[in-house]
Design a protein around this ligand. Structure first.
Ligand code: ADP
Ligand code: MG
Length: 339
């Protein structure tokens, strides 16, 4: 908890220690993670009104994206035994986006991993390495082709598939925050590893926001920073949620091809994009793909991404230079910037 708070504070400082207008930060816990929304305004009241409105929108999205709450749309859909379900507009839009990115990434991102996620139980008291037969049984239900979108917010799941939007939910919520802004407001939203930096940063002459890319071995410290405006910066890493057994780390990003945590030689992937939903889906998918396939995918699809490898290299795609100012800080920690 202390480390997380320290990370937030450092991030805010990086974003600008002496904001001129009044600012207000709402800190809260949602979607199983710590979040903070900082808004700026002419008066503290104005800043507070903005931050609280954005917090309320995120909290309202929780039942639309959660699959564990029994009152949620996804819980109902996942337990409908293949029947058609009507879901909320937000849930439908999130599923639609998830399917789009599943197709784009050839299934490296797949929102139908619920049984597999449950089986591994990462971040629960029941975390364990399942037997191969259990993994095979869970994988038999995985496949985004099992989702049928029928229009008018109606969805059907085929072949026993169950949805888990954990790989895209915080991105979807970050975009929902951006949608509520009118383009003139200054807001820094930190939703776990998803950051949305909107409007002008009043704390810096450039007006840009500086976002750190965490050191996977110490996520209160940074290996690089990116300077952005009106963009989202999303990181997925093996250091956020995991357990260790017999000296091996089992983390929460699964390879849909094997049913095991992706063992692709990466520690983290960061994507910088106007759409946080896309960035969120892609960081998960790129982590599964690994460096070589991931870099090729990004060059082909014009994606700005930063890859941190287990053998301490930092790689960036061509697009990074076009969307932000990237500063490498990892030399002292033994990292090489592969240009
Ligand atoms: P975080 O939740 O830390 O932001 P990610 O965005 O990478 O991390 O999402 C990981 C979550 O997404 C997992 O906890 C799980 O719920 C789900 N997930 C795991 N592997 C995949 C995958 N290959 N495709 C889609 N979702 C996944
Ligand atoms: Mg993700």
């Amino acid at each position: 908890m202390k480390r997380i708070l320290a990370a937030f504070l450092l991030l805010l400082c990086l974003a600008g220690c002496t904001p001129r207008p009044e600012s207000y930060t709402a800190d809260f816990f949602a979607m199983d993670t710590f979040m903070s929304v900082s808004a700026y305004g002419e008066t503290e009241q104005e800043a507070q009104d903005t931050a609280v409105r954005l917090e309320q929108r995120i909290n309202a999205l929780e039942p639309a994206l959660s699959r564990t709450r029994e009152d949620s749309d996804l819980y109902r859909l996942n337990h409908a035994d293949g029947a058609v379900c009507e879901v909320s507009e937000d849930t439908y839009a999130a599923i639609e986006a998830a399917m789009q990115y599943a197709a784009l990434t050839g299934g490296a991102f797949d929102p139908t991993m619920a049984q597999l996620t449950d089986l591994w139980g990462i971040n629960t008291d029941n975390a364990r390495v399942p037997a191969q037969t259990e993994i095979d049984t869970a994988l038999a239900h995985v496949g985004y082709q099992n989702i049928e979108l029928l229009g008018n917010n109606r969805v059907r799941l085929l072949n026993g598939a169950q949805l888990d939007l954990g790989g895209i939910g915080k991105g979807f919520a970050t975009d929902a925050v951006a949608e509520l802004l009118d383009g003139t407001q200054s807001v820094l939203a930190t939703l776990g590893g998803n950051i949305g930096a909107y409007g002008e940063n009043p704390g810096r002459d450039s007006g840009n926001w500086v976002v750190g890319i965490a050191d996977p071995d110490n996520n209160t410290d940074y290996l690089a920073t990116v300077e952005v405006r009106d963009r989202s910066v999303v990181t997925s890493g093996d250091y956020e949620r995991y357990f260790e057994q017999d000296g091996k780390r089992y983390h929460h990003i699964f390879d849909p091809a094997t049913g095991y945590p992706a063992d692709s030689g990466l520690r983290s992937v960061t994507v910088i994009d106007e759409s946080s939903t896309r960035a969120d889906a892609l960081t998960t998918a790129l982590f599964v793909m690994g460096l070589e396939e991931g870099m090729a995918f990004c060059e082909q699809n014009d994606i700005a991404a930063v890859f941190i490898t287990a053998d301490k290299q930092v790689h960036v795609t061509d697009k990074v230079g076009a969307v932000c100012t990237f500063t490498f800080l990892g030399e002292e920690k033994g990292y090489t910037y592969a240009q």
